[in-house]
Design a protein around this ligand. Structure first.
Ligand code: GLY
Length: 408
């Protein structure tokens, strides 16, 4: 287990819109989602000159589309035991991270700690849920099996036939959109520079000591240290050297939000069924997600996608029929074939990756910020992140060489 993160120092508000090309110590981060912002905040607080380049507005795309579940346990599947170390560590950091964020930004994103219920809605589903419970409990996760009566006591609006559930008390949720706002503010308060609506047209690493970043407005920036945190778009950056290319692809998710009456909500825990998840917010929004679709960057909202979500949610919570539908959206998870993130310096010295977070971008933002900042500040990637470098996708012979060079 890694040590807890340190506390924030106070930062002054700096609204810089220019980039100092001459400072060799400058770190340039490509991508202003929660991970890019979290890295930038750590580095700016540590006294680094940091610039985030964001082609749209900060906190859009996957950050905006997420549901904010901090679900290390409920989302854990066979084969993800190593990832679990990272996600559980992240989970433990969250309460302290929010305190730090509030101190630094003056804002505290909504956080709910009622926990998560993974339910079986019929007798048929109980056996599959038992299997899941046995597997996840065997990993030492703090889960509890609930029979129907206790489940109904916790969530009285669930469909009457709901037969059993796994209760995960430590799987909480945060409002991801508020989180992005707070991180941006904390980053600016710590002295970070931000360029929004700023397209990166090309990266030139032919001289790794002076990487050149060409921007859409004709500016060219030069620096030694670049972090690529562009989510599902990270692979497509023109000029990115082959040996630094993360194998990420977009995994489309469609979601929607219904409006509950905040003082009389239909649901209080995060709820998973075999089809969907429901995430109740403090302001009464009920987020229902999400499809998982291999459709490249097609961001359309489809009748089939929305139908499947509503049907799946209605099966669990018949009362949603009366709720207003207030929003539908889609986004792209950055997915690798092992569903784990890609973290750390690449074979191109000074070029770091923080992408591939798949379903866990919000959960992993604090550890991503900490680990990449530590690697840049100290030259060593924290141990918990070492299984997740790009080197894991290379042949064994190349991996041996890489780990020898990087960690000895
Ligand atoms: N973590 C939720 C999702 O990817 O849909």
């Amino acid at each position: 287990m890694e040590p807890a993160l340190g506390h924030a120092s106070e930062g002054s508000y700096v609204a810089q819109e220019t980039i100092n090309n001459t400072k060799d110590q400058q770190v340039i981060i490509i991508g202003g989602g929660v991970c890019g912002l979290a890295i930038g905040w750590e580095l700016a607080e540590a006294g680094k000159t940091v610039t985030i380049l964001e082609r749209g507005r900060c906190g859009q795309e996957a950050t905006h589309a997420a549901a904010g579940m901090l679900a290390a346990a409920a989302e854990c599947e066979p084969g993800e035991e190593q990832l679990l170390q990272l996600t559980r560590w992240a989970q433990q950091l969250w309460p302290g991270y929010l305190d730090r964020l509030e101190t630094s930004s003056g804002q505290r994103p909504d956080y709910r700690d009622e926990g998560t219920l993974v339910v079986a809605l019929s007798r048929d589903e109980v056996e599959r849920l038992r299997f899941r419970h046995e597997f996840q409990s065997s990993l030492g996760l703090p889960l509890r099996w609930l029979e129907a009566a206790e489940l109904r006591q916790r969530e009285p609006h669930l469909r009457q036939s709901a037969a059993a559930a796994i209760f995960s008390a430590e799987d909480h949720q945060v409002d991801n959109r508020q989180l992005a706002e707070s991180l941006k503010q904390a980053y600016l308060n710590a002295g970070g520079s931000l360029r929004e609506e700023c397209e990166v047209e090309a990266l030139d690493c032919s001289d790794p000591a002076r990487k050149r970043i060409s921007l859409g407005n004709g500016d060219i920036l030069e620096t030694k240290t670049v972090v690529l945190a562009a989510g599902a778009w990270s692979r497509g950056l023109p000029g990115l050297p082959e040996e630094a290319m993360p194998p990420v692809r977009p995994l489309k998710g469609q979601s929607l939000a219904l409006q509950m009456v905040p003082h009389s909500p239909l649901l209080e825990h995060v709820l998973w069924t075999e089809q969907i998840y429901c995430v109740p917010r403090l302001d009464g929004r009920l987020i229902i997600g999400a499809t998982v679709e291999e459709r490249g960057f097609d961001d359309s909202i489809t009748a089939g996608g929305i139908y499947a979500l509503i049907e799946g949610a209605r099966r669990a919570l018949p009362g949603i029929e009366d709720l207003p539908l207030i929003e539908c959206w889609s986004g792209f998870r950055p997915g690798c074939r092992d569903d784990a993130p890609v973290l750390g310096e690449t074979a191109v010295p000074g070029l770091h990756l923080a992408t591939g977070h798949h379903r866990n971008g919000i959960l992993l933002a604090p550890v991503t910020g900490h680990c990449i900042a530590q690697e840049i500040l100290t030259g060593a990637l924290p141990e918990a992140a070492r299984p997740f470098t790009l080197a894991r996708f290379k042949p064994l012979s190349a991996r041996r060489k890489k780990s020898h060079l990087q960690y000895q």
